[in-house]
Design a protein around this ligand. Structure first.
Ligand code: FMN
Length: 221
């Protein structure tokens, strides 16, 4: 059993891309993403905080892809994915699903080779004024991300009644919920850290998924 990190120094901090999939100025999801940033930094990692406006793309059109290449938003999204160890999306729920703009951006980025979502760790969260907290958006968001090979963290966090859930300082007012949120973020960070510094965990992860840890059978695209 390996006891020392095989992939660089364990003390090198993690880099995590965090963004909200809302373009709205007073977005609750942006508030939640900012809170995730604060907690990640408090727990020793670096955050690359992005705005959805940087990743927004015109509607996917294969003719446009063929004739004009990738839109700027897709280039930027891909660049920031590759520059970080993991990503966190805080997404609104629109009509029981994810907003079209985030699916559209994922569709564009999925066209790059190598395909940037493959083997990247992801944590999903949502906020909504509703009682469901936008949780259905996250189940729908898992689908394309997992299809693309992203390692989507099992626990997801949804903040219900978001219009009255935050304190003036931007924290979650309910103490139990605030602790649950931090625990969720820290558990995700622990997994990403293990995957970054202990490549043996990859074998364990693949075995957990029921696949043979064989380079030939590993998903490449
Ligand atoms: C087109 C549309 C559909 C919506 N559908 C839902 C929904 O299915 N479930 C829900 O909880 N909220 C729904 N909402 C309300 C959003 O949760 C709310 O507007 C929220 O503030 C959006 O996230 P944001 O504050 O981060 O922009 C919808 C809003 C819009 C604009």
């Amino acid at each position: 059993m390996q006891t020392e990190p095989q992939n660089g120094n364990r003390n090198v901090p993690l880099n995590i891309l965090v963004f909200s999939a809302s373009l709205r100025k007073d977005s609750f999801n942006t508030q939640l993403a900012k809170l995730a940033r604060t907690l990640i930094e408090k727990n020793g990692a670096k955050v690359d905080f992005a705005s959805m406006s940087e990743f927004d793309c015109p509607s996917m059109n294969q003719d446009s892809e063929k004739n004009n290449g990738y839109p700027k938003g897709a280039e930027e999204f891909r660049k920031r994915m590759l520059a970080n160890d993991a990503f966190i999306i805080s997404s609104p729920e629109y009509n029981g699903s994810m907003p079209g703009l985030i699916k559209n951006a994922i569709d564009w980025v999925s066209r790059f080779r190598p395909q940037p979502f493959n083997e990247r760790h992801a944590l999903l969260m949502s906020a909504s004024p509703s009682m469901g907290g936008g949780n259905k958006a996250l189940w729908s968001l898992r689908m394309p991300l997992e299809h693309l090979g992203a390692r989507v963290f099992p626990d997801m966090f949804s903040l219900a009644t978001a219009h009255k859930a935050f304190t003036q300082e931007g924290k979650i007012a309910d103490e139990t919920l605030a602790k649950r949120f931090e625990d969720n973020v820290v558990a995700f960070m622990n997994l990403v850290e293990a995957a970054k510094h202990y490549p043996c965990i990859k074998k364990a992860w693949v075995e957990f998924l029921g696949e043979k840890p064989d380079p030939v059978t590993e998903r490449v695209e």
